[in-house]
Design a protein around this ligand. Structure first.
Ligand code: KG4
Ligand code: ZN
Length: 331
């Protein structure tokens, strides 16, 4: 099954050609980050306009790189939510036009489901493929969830954030420290030079089920940076201590969820899964408990169309050219 997949839910315009849900023949990503940086976050109107400018070029490059002609496609897959409506509409319109023109099915994919299916993309030895049921820690700019995946398209949400998403906390803390946008990669880098024990942040809700809360840590950082300047720790120490607190809670709850539900595999998904410490600590802690820990390669962690192609291949969905964007689509 050859799928052209399109993803425009936020600030990345992406198109990919994916064969049989696993082989990525191309995965073109055009990032708008440079345009949003000066505003300190994503401006929805700008995002939609930028998608329009590049969508056709990105699709053409994905097809050319894959060396596949439109007539060889079996279906077109597209993200229809959750995300920014103005951004989603651009990808949806392009996907509908291509599917209609070719007379091929149009498959709508939930962006969150796409992140989970990034774990199926890599051709791995079959002993390493995720086996159902497995636990997925989905951590992105908009979501933080622990999901039990019981089968293809079968999700049980065990826990979620009650306030900020983990990526959102990274972005807000980076802004407080004057590190720019997006905050995740820059804090990840800076934390390597800092002392994770320099600032004592609490581990919110550590012993309280599988839900998360990150707004308290963010407020603690606000209070720290507003101290008299001689009492403000080095930014690298704040970054390292903040990151340690976030990662400790994410890893601990994920491993506990796997052990409590009898799942032997844990997977990571979403933009924050690009975080080097989260990857290393989940692997060490999970494997220490005898769990199999699967982490997608970096390029499939942040928003990309290849993951949308994988989800469309594994989870059957009816084709519909009537598909509309759904800003707060649930898993
Ligand atoms: O999944 P994603 O690309 O977009 C959404 O669906 O939200 O996630 C974006 C989020 C941003 O908040 C960004 O700061 C965070 O992922 N992020 C990271 C890292 N790379 C991206 N957070 C921590 N460490 C990173 N290395
Ligand atoms: Zn995402």
């Amino acid at each position: 099954m050859m799928i052209l997949a399109i993803e425009t839910s936020c600030d990345e315009t992406s198109a990919a050609v994916v064969k049989d849900g696993q082989a990525v023949l191309s995965n073109v990503i055009s990032s708008q980050i440079e345009f949003h940086k000066k505003y300190g976050g994503i401006v929805p109107e700008v995002a939609a306009r930028k998608h329009i400018e590049v969508i056709n070029l990105v699709i053409k490059e994905a097809m050319d790189t894959a060396g596949v002609s439109f007539s060889e496609l079996d279906a077109v897959a597209v993200t229809y939510g959750p995300g920014l409506v103005g951004s989603l509409i651009v990808g949806l319109s392009a996907a509908k036009a291509i599917a209609w023109g070719l007379g091929k099915p149009l498959i709508g994919v939930n962006h969150l489901e796409g992140h989970i299916y990034a774990n199926f993309l890599v051709p791995r030895p079959s002993s390493l493929a995720p086996q159902f049921p497995f636990i997925c820690l989905l951590v992105s700019g908009g979501h933080t969830m622990i999901i039990k995946v019981n089968g293809h398209g079968q999700y049980e949400t065990l826990g979620r954030t009650r306030d900020d998403a983990a990526g959102e906390a990274y972005d807000k803390v980076a802004r407080l420290l004057g590190l720019g946008y997006p905050g995740g990669p820059v804090i990840d880098k800076l934390a390597k030079e800092g002392n994770p024990k320099a600032v004592k942040f609490t581990r919110p809700m550590l012993n309280d089920g599988y839900d998360f809360s990150f707004s308290g840590i963010k407020t603690a950082v606000v209070n720290i940076v507003h101290r008299p300047s001689s009492l403000v720790p080095r930014p690298a120490d704040i970054a390292a201590s903040f990151q340690q607190a976030v990662v400790d809670v994410l890893v601990e709850k994920t491993v506990r969820a796997a052990l409590a539900t009898g799942c032997s595999t844990v997977t990571l998904a979403g933009g924050v899964s690009a975080n080097s410490q989260l990857r290393a600590q989940l692997k060490a802690r999970g494997e220490g408990e005898g769990l199999k820990v699967l982490i997608p390669p970096f390029e499939y962690c942040t928003d990309n169309a290849a993951m949308i192609g994988a989800a469309a291949s594994f989870v059957p969905r009816p084709s519909s050219l009537e598909l509309s964007p759904v800003a707060s689509l649930k898993l």
